[in-house]
Design a protein around this ligand. Structure first.
Ligand code: GDG
Length: 446
């Protein structure tokens, strides 16, 4: 069996190498179960200068992890700067939030070159190299420049915008040309593939993006929900609810997730349907992420303000309309909260896929499933017609969907959930990885 080489910005932390917890690691677990694998990427550590940074090597079973530290300067320019403050907003259709400068762009190229230089000597010609995400767009081209002959594939986890928007990135054409080095280019949805292929066509680049939608491991998430039933925090929340329905939201704190829009939707809901005041609880779990990028700091301030406004306007001495957390909860507890809730709000303005939507479906029980309220602009919406789909910019539509979800008959909830469930169990993390690897293994090496 050929060796698989995974390259991603972050490599699972040492404590997660036996039992992965992160999304990418969980997604790939099945695909690499019995395949010799090398996983290369950033260790998560920052060092003062680049003189002394050996590759960290650690082998667990048949997977070898090769990691490298970044300097503070590289972390700021490559990760916080170009990846998260230029490519992330642009790919989420938010060119106005780009914080572009040539200096960070050069550091981005430098770090991709560093990755390529350190990875190339580890590669063999019949390896299958699978590069992940926007941090590493140019990696394949640089590896080819180092005469790497192995097959190299690339998967983009986030959306890809139309060329008319993409070209606001000064180096957009170079970035597109770099993609040509990959033997297989994968994206999440038909929309993303259409946009990327349009850009290739405009630039006369002979490359083609294909769709490989990602999924979750639904059995293991359902098991999490079962295991969470014994947790004391679940019982405490249940007692606290005193029979009120629970609405839930779980998102990294990111402006792509439509959090202010969602809170405005809930505000409109309480305004338009006063009969729900004092009769419903909305729990929003929003672990802080990328907290040193300025846009994320202003998002946090906006959310603090909106939550305070809603609780101050509608709250009572014995009722808090929004419960808002900014720290992560254990996976089993999340899954158990999903099962307890009557509805979930997943309202990104743009999202590559959105795994929370799929996890919510996986956590439900057949006799009393909750309702998925889902933005049309999440990649997941393409295959989830039975969710209540909303435009997150329209707070009235969110309010109407909440009302519909909380008043929906059990039979309609079951019918919708059964159909959503079929899809969540059909396209899984394992099937995603298998089909990408199959596509890569069909490529003939040069
Ligand atoms: C990127 C793309 C694409 C969240 N809070 C907690 C927690 N989470 C977990 C969720 C879920 C994961 O984090 C988030 O995944 P998403 O897909 O929703 O979003 P991104 O992080 O933006 O992921 C996205 C994905 O890559 C895969 O290709 O779907 O579009 O943006 O698993 O459950 N987990 C725990 N506690 C929390 O508080 N344990």
């Amino acid at each position: 069996m050929q060796r698989l080489v995974i390259v991603s910005n972050r490599v699972p932390a040492i404590r997660d190498r036996k039992q992965p917890a992160g999304g990418l690691a969980v997604a790939l677990r099945d695909a690499i179960r019995d395949r010799p694998t090398l996983w290369f990427g950033w260790s998560g550590q920052q060092v003062a200068d680049c003189a002394d940074r050996p590759l960290g090597m650690d082998t667990v079973g048949h997977v070898t992890y090769a990691t490298i530290a970044l300097t503070h300067k590289e972390y700021n320019g490559f990760y916080q700067g170009y990846s998260n403050a230029v490519l992330w907003p642009l790919c989420h259709y938010r060119a106005g939030l780009m914080n572009y400068n040539r200096h960070d762009q050069q550091i981005y190229i430098n770090v991709n070159t560093l990755f390529a230089n350190r990875l190339a000597p580890l590669l063999e010609s019949d390896d299958m190299v699978w590069v992940h995400d926007y941090h590493l767009f140019p990696l394949g081209r640089i590896l080819r420049g180092l005469k790497v002959k192995a097959r190299i594939g690339f998967f983009l986890h986030i959306p890809f915008p139309p060329w008319s928007l993409m070209r606001s990135l000064p180096a957009a054409a170079a970035l597109m040309r770099a993609l040509r080095a990959y033997d297989v280019i994968g994206v999440q949805t038909e929309d993303d593939a259409r946009n990327m292929n349009e850009a290739f066509a405009v630039l006369g680049i002979p490359a083609r993006a294909r769709v490989f939608p990602i999924g979750i491991d639904p059995d293991s998430f359902a098991t999490c929900a079962r295991e969470g039933q014994g947790l004391p925090q679940l019982r405490r929340l249940q007692q606290d609810l005193r029979g009120m329905p629970l609405i839930i939201g779980v998102d990294r704190m990111d402006y792509s997730k439509g959090l202010p829009e969602r809170l405005r939707g809930y505000d409109t809901f309480l305004k338009r349907y006063p009969e729900y005041r004092g009769k419903v609880v909305y729990l929003q779990i929003t672990p802080v992420s990328r907290g040193s990028v300025p846009e994320y700091q202003s998002l946090r301030a906006e959310l603090d303000q909106l939550v305070g406004h809603i609780n101050g306007t509608y709250g009572a001495f014995d009722w808090t309309p929004v419960r808002y957390l900014t720290h992560p909860l254990p996976r089993e507890l999340l899954a158990a909260f999903f099962q307890l809730s009557s509805a979930v709000l997943v309202t990104p303005l743009r999202d590559g896929m959105n795994l929370v939507a799929k996890e919510y479906v996986a956590a439900q029980l057949a006799d009393n499933p909750g309702v998925l309220i889902l933005s049309r602009f999440a990649g997941a919406a393409a295959d989830m017609d039975d969710a209540l789909q909303v435009n997150p910019h329209d707070s009235d539509e969110i309010a109407t969907a909440l009302h519909k979800a909380l008043s929906m008959s059990a039979s309609e909830r079951k019918v919708r959930w059964e159909r959503l469930r079929t899809d969540v169990w059909r396209v899984t993390a394992a099937s995603w990885a298998r089909s990408f690897i199959a596509a890569l293994s069909e490529v003939r090496t040069a």
